[in-house]
Ligand binder design. Structure first.
Ligand SMILES: [Zn+2]
Length: 271
């Protein structure tokens, strides 16, 4: 792996944004091999995000439901604070949140914390606040785990061509189906990781884990008839993961309560 990195840098040293290195995803501890710098990826994705936002605004599909936007921003505040504990660098990010009535958009978060939530998706699933926190946590987890940066780095390793700037590589990721197929396994890993990390963020922000399970139940219901997609874990395995976390936290909570009870009865006995 290390040799491949050296060769890559030698061949594409003209690309100033290439700063190879390794990183570990917060909490899950998974190692990532990264080619591009965080700063370069965040700047490039911010440009793309703002292009999308401007297009939605010009079609009057942006932030049309102020009550929903305000609800989402309120929930996001606690999650952003939790994210800064897992990834202190995210303190310097300019998180942005918008909603859209564009039917094709469910939810996404681009590198550096650029979030877009589909209002129709939220309505279709009738998401409660804690379910919305689970959705937002999942999206934010993609950003703090730097999944976009990792995906671009992997794409560079798979099929690097002279002249591949970061901008070109981003365009290929969006349009090159054979590249997307090659990255399906990585995408599957990242989605699963974002589910777990997202639940951790929501838990840290104080949301009830039983309601997080109900988010994955709703997802399973709406996707029951959709065509299987290798880029995503099955809704069954996502639900099973959420149930596992819920049980774990319930056990930790009950153990902590029994420790407190034992300590207080021991104190009373000494009186
Ligand atoms: Zn995702």
């Amino acid at each position: 792996m290390f040799i491949r990195h050296l060769l890559t840098v030698g061949l594409f040293s003209f690309c100033v944004s290439l700063i190879p290195g390794y990183a570990q995803v917060p909490e899950t501890g998974r190692w990532q091999e990264l080619a591009y710098s965080t700063a370069a990826v965040n700047a490039e994705t911010a440009d793309r995000y703002h292009e999308h936002i401007d297009a939605l605004r010009s079609h009057k599909q942006l932030d049309q439901d102020p009550a929903l936007l305000s609800r989402i921003k309120t929930i996001a505040r606690g999650l952003i604070s939790a994210a800064s504990k897992l990834k202190p660098e995210s303190n310097t990010w300019r998180w942005e949140i918008h909603i859209t009535s564009e039917q094709q958009v469910d939810a996404y978060c681009m590198a550096g914390g650029k979030i877009l939530i589909g209002s129709e998706f939220v309505r279709r699933l009738k998401l409660s606040n804690s379910e919305l926190a689970t959705l937002l946590g999942h999206e934010m987890a993609h950003a703090i785990a730097e999944h976009h940066r990792e995906e671009l780095s992997e794409a560079l390793h798979i099929n690097a061509q002279p002249g591949d700037t970061l901008d070109v590589m981003m365009g290929r990721l969006e349009t090159d189906i054979s590249m997307q197929l090659k990255l399906a396994t990585l995408s599957n890993i990242q989605e699963s990781e974002a589910d777990q990390l997202g639940m951790i963020l929501a838990h840290m922000a104080g949301w009830d884990s039983a309601s997080m399970v109900s988010f994955f139940q709703k997802l399973q219901r709406v996707e029951a008839n959709s065509v299987p997609n290798n880029s995503y874990p099955s809704t069954e395995s996502r639900l099973s993961m959420a149930r596992g976390f819920n049980k774990l936290w319930a056990k930790i909570e009950s153990d902590q309560k029994s420790i407190v009870t034992r300590r207080s009865s021991a104190t009373n006995d000494q009186k």
